[in-house]
Design a protein around this ligand. Structure first.
Ligand code: ADP
Length: 577
């Protein structure tokens, strides 16, 4: 049976009542019995003292027969056994038996006590009448001399009968009290446990998801406060759940309406959420609960997820799936350690980009031959022409042809660099030697502009693995720009190293590139001041080429403007050995 609160409270009451009765009944019966015997003893003592006055003269005068007759009469009248004993213990008179036939009472306790202390009493089984009896004895004395002892005794049978009657009455009353107490305890236990039971049942319903459950308790008590709090709590949970399910519905509809494929990968690598677009992309309708690599078997995707998890950040990469190209963005969510992946189909953009690139490459190719021819003929005309005016115009044509040839060459170089790092020819490169050689090219222009060049290099600079011809292109472009855009002052080139990287800084005291242009400076054809750039023979492609080459070497390039003091380009290259 379940140990309900009701059983515990009611059982507790029952146990307390039983224990109290088990202790109280024997104690009270003993007390009543003692009190009764004490009262009877006192009564018998008073009786003896009164009777002693009457029988003392007969005993003194030795009128034994009269004494015995009197005792027998009084015994009948008072329903008490009376015995007179002489100081030697012999029975002189007795209300029940013939004194001559009775044995000596010298050793009886009450007789000894009466002679010694003036009063004696005893409660014991009488061998002569074969019953429990109460004895009380007082001495009969005159002038300090004891003539005998007067003993009165009563049958305890009567006391026991009396006590048994009393016991029965008390038991009847006790049974009634116990029944009333138990009914009270039953009602109290039920009233106490019922609201708690209701609360327990209601909690069970709430645990199963029924938040409309209410507990109604009418009585004013702490349990009602508890029920009110419970009802308030279920109301709050209900509201929260409704809000949450609305939000979830909203989120679900947002996720499913997104054109990009979306999925969430938990920390075990299992897909927990996905939208239709994602399922269509991976051509699998039941991706939920599956491991991501079962659904999307692509090494590049697997590497991307592992990298995002180890670096705990966001990474964007391109992956090819079923002949389509996707921009895959994976973001680490630190709270649940989930990774949110979005797949954006960029096949069209990529195709368009490729068409544009192909177009630029083809046009550049096609222009190269006629441009070379034009330049050749212009130079021939310049050599054979004697007219100054014509010479001036031929000069302008020659300059512009040179500029177009530079643009075409730069565009062809860029399209070559936009491939992979396979286009590089890796060699061991001593950067210090490489830059020192390049600087020779600029000696003339530096002198012409009266600029100072400073070259500082760490002594123990490591040898790096790189494509020396491409790197030359990088530093020629950067140093050329530094000289081109500096009118006075100096160009400082610093070579340093740091763990596995070499840092090359080219700093000048020329034009300071305004802050808003810095982020776009590496874009194709982006120039800060187009007329100045054109005048200086620029194409706006130099820095774009530089950035491509640096990225192909797994390096990075940064630009800093030094307000009022010039520009600084910082190239960081890995040692790669
Ligand atoms: P350009 O052939 O015009 O120099 P680049 O791609 O090399 O093209 O440079 C793009 C633009 O960046 C330049 O037109 C110029 O405005 C700016 N720039 C590049 N280097 C410097 C520099 N050292 N100081 C100031 N401006 C610079």
């Amino acid at each position: 049976m379940k140990n309900s609160i009701f059983v515990k409270i009611f059982g507790g009451y029952l146990l307390i009542v039983i224990v109290i009765l088990a202790i109280a009944f024997p104690l009270s019966f003993r007390a009543i019995r003692h009190h009764h015997i004490d009262t009877l003893t006192n009564n018998l003592k008073n009786f003896c003292i009164t009777l002693k006055l009457k029988i003392s003269p007969l005993l003194e005068n030795n009128q034994i027969e009269e004494l015995d007759t009197l005792i027998k009469e009084l015994g009948k009248l008072t329903n008490t056994r009376i015995t007179i004993i002489n100081p030697g213990g012999g029975v002189v008179a007795d209300s029940e038996k013939d004194p001559k036939l009775m044995e000596s009472h010298k050793s009886r306790i009450e007789i000894i006590q009466a002679i010694k202390y003036g009063f004696g009493t005893s409660l014991r089984y009488s061998a002569s009448v074969k019953e429990d009896m109460l004895y009380v004895a007082v001495p009969i004395e005159k002038d300090g001399k004891v003539y005998g002892v007067l003993r009165a005794s009563l049958f305890l049978k009567e006391i026991n009968t009396l006590l048994n009657n009393l016991k029965m009455n008390i038991i009847k009353i006790a049974v009634i009290i116990v029944i009333i107490l138990l009914i009270g305890a039953f009602l109290f236990s039920r009233n106490f446990s019922r609201p708690l039971n209701e609360l327990a049942i209601a909690s069970g319903r709430v645990a199963k998801g029924d938040f409309s459950t209410k507990v109604v308790i009418k009585s004013r008590s702490e349990i009602r406060d508890l029920a009110d709090s419970f009802n308030y709590m279920t109301d709050q949970i209900n509201t929260l759940f409704t809000q949450l399910s609305h939000q979830k519905e909203e989120l679900d509809s947002i996720i499913s309406s997104i054109n990009e494929g979306l999925c969430v990968i938990d920390k075990e690598g299992v897909i927990s959420i996905s939208n239709e677009s994602f399922r269509n992309t991976v051509q699998n309708n039941s991706v939920k609960g599956k491991l991501y690599w079962e659904v999307l078997r692509k090494t590049r995707f697997d590497e991307l997820i592992k990298k995002v998890r180890s670096e705990q950040n966001s990474i964007v990469d391109e992956i090819e799936l079923n002949s389509r190209i996707f921009l895959c963005s994976a973001t680490f969510c630190s709270n649940k350690e989930d990774i949110v992946v979005t797949l954006h189909d960029i096949t069209k953009i990529k195709n368009l980009e490729k068409t544009k690139k192909d177009f630029v490459t083809n046009v550049s190719h096609e222009l190269r031959t006629p441009l070379t021819a034009i330049k050749g003929f212009v130079e021939t005309l310049q050599d054979t022409n004697n007219d100054d005016e014509n010479y001036h115009y031929l000069n302008i044509i020659n300059r512009h042809t040179d500029r177009v040839i530079r643009i075409v060459n730069d565009l062809l170089l860029l399209s070559k660099l936009e491939g992979t790092s396979d286009s590089l020819e890796w060699e061991k490169v001593n950067l210090k030697d490489l830059i020192e050689n390049i600087l020779k090219i600029f000696e003339h222009s530096l002198k012409e502009k009266n600029l100072v060049l400073k070259f500082n290099a760490d002594n123990n600079l490591p040898i790096i693995k790189a494509d020396p011809f491409k790197l030359e292109q990088v530093f020629i472009n950067l140093i050329d720009n530094a000289i081109k855009y500096t009118e006075r002052g100096e160009v400082v080139i610093t070579l340093s190293h740091n763990n596995d990287t070499v840092i090359i800084e080219i700093e000048d005291t020329g034009i300071c590139i305004p802050r808003e242009h810095l982020s776009r400076i590496f874009e194709r054809f982006y120039v800060v001041d187009s007329s100045r750039s054109r005048k200086l023979g620029g194409t706006g492609l130099g820095l774009s080429i530089v950035k491509h080459i640096v990225l192909l070497h797994n390096g990075k390039i940064d630009v800093k403007n030094i307000p009022g003091a010039g520009t600084s380009f910082i190239v960081t290259l890995p040692v790669n050995l």
